[in-house]
Write a protein that binds this ligand. Structure first.
Ligand SMILES: Nc1ncnc2c1ncn2[C@@H]1O[C@H](COP(=O)(O)OP(=O)(O)OP(=O)(O)O)[C@@H](O)[C@H]1O
Length: 336
């Protein structure tokens, strides 16, 4: 890959199942998602909606008891990563796809300093100039407000959760990958540090011409950094489009509910309305019909039997039977 190559990513019909006592159950069911080259895409949704599973699939890194049972993940310059195996897959991870997993704070090796682990990473990817790699790591850590030299000489237990998280972000960026996947990159951080990290993620994204995917629980984080936003529910992408459009005029009833549930900084906390009910688990995702119908104020008869396919509505895709159809006014009035 060349220096300025931001890859596009096309996830098509992706299904991932986990083995459970009830048999193999889908955590992702026929997911489609396109990441345009050079953009930052956010994935939001409640716990268990499949965000991390989708992020892992971009690296073909779903671990047993899970497996990708269908579909493809085409990354420009790499091909379908679902088909990559062995050395090709190992080389792609880190070098072409940089990633920070959700548990990044705990994923360092406790027996080696950060610097030693960085050198191991460099060697495993055949980096010829290891001193340059160390310099780059120190510079990235410095930008994130840390003393790079000190951090590289430290063991995991000598670093706070927030420092380890920043080490994780450094490791995702240091090999100069052009597709970067960040799963909850700022959860362990206080508000000020979170803002700093997000600014750096955005700056590095722009400077290097990356394609970036950020998984987050936090719609505020998504609003701040992403160009495009995918909303997940029950293993489906229910709405996807430009972030400001999705947040400014959400169309899927789940997206609306999520946004109404956010307490505003200014104004009455009572204005936030919790979404009634709970998200489904693998065992309770309905086998047919719309996965959101139990909590949906726009439920219609068809929702019980047909899983709505994502359909284009302007620059957006929305998977809902009620969107784009005339809806019973009494229901709408109560809901809007
Ligand atoms: N190792 C596993 N074994 C069985 N089920 C799993 C496993 N990992 C995830 N799941 C299930 O798959 C579904 C999707 O999980 P996933 O972690 O992708 O969701 P998520 O949206 O990232 O949630 P969170 O925000 O809590 O991380 C959930 O129902 C989860 O319980």
């Amino acid at each position: 890959m060349t220096e300025s190559f931001a890859p596009g990513v096309r996830v098509q019909d992706l299904t991932v199942v986990y083995r459970t006592p009830m048999g193999e159950l889908p955590a992702l069911a026929g997911v489609g998602l396109t990441l345009a080259p050079g953009t930052i895409t956010g994935i939001v949704g409640e716990s268990g909606s499949g965000k991390s599973t989708l992020a892992l699939s971009l690296l073909n890194a779903v671990q047993p008891p899970g497996r990708i049972s269908g579909g493809s993940v085409e990354i420009d310059g790499l091909g379908d990563v679902v088909r990559l195996t062995g050395d090709d897959l190992r080389r792609a991870r880190g070098r072409q796809v940089g990633y920070v997993f959700q548990a990044a704070q705990n994923s360092l090796n406790p027996l080696k300093t950060v610097g030693k682990q960085l050198l191991d990473l460099g060697r495993s990817h055949d980096v010829a100039d290891l001193p340059a790699l160390l310099r780059e790591a120190r510079a990235l850590l410095g930008r994130m407000g840390l003393d790079g030299g000190r951090v590289l000489d430290s063991y995991q237990h000598e670093l706070s959760g927030g420092m380890r998280q920043r080490v994780g972000i450094m490791l995702a960026l240091v090999l100069n990958a052009h597709l970067v996947v960040l799963d909850e990159p700022t959860t362990a951080l206080d508000m000020i540090t979170q803002a700093t990290i997000l600014r750096i993620v955005r700056e590095v994204h722009r400077e290097r011409g990356l394609t970036t995917l950020i998984v987050t629980h936090d719609i505020g984080v998504a609003a701040e950094v992403t160009d495009s936003l995918a909303v997940m529910y029950g293993g489906r992408v229910v709405e996807h489009g430009p972030t400001m459009e999705v947040l400014g005029s959400p169309r899927h009833p789940y997206t609306r509910g999520l946004i109404r549930a956010i307490p505003r900084l200014s104004g009455d906390i009572g204005e936030a309305t919790a979404l009634p009910g709970r998200p489904p688990t693998l065992g309770t995702i309905p086998a047919e019909g719309c996965v959101f119908r139990e909590r949906c104020p726009l439920r219609m008869a068809v929702c019980d039997t047909e899983d709505p396919a994502p359909a284009a509505h302007g620059g957006r895709t929305v998977a809902c039977h009620a969107v784009g159809r005339p809806v019973n006014f009494a229901v709408r009035k109560e809901y809007v």
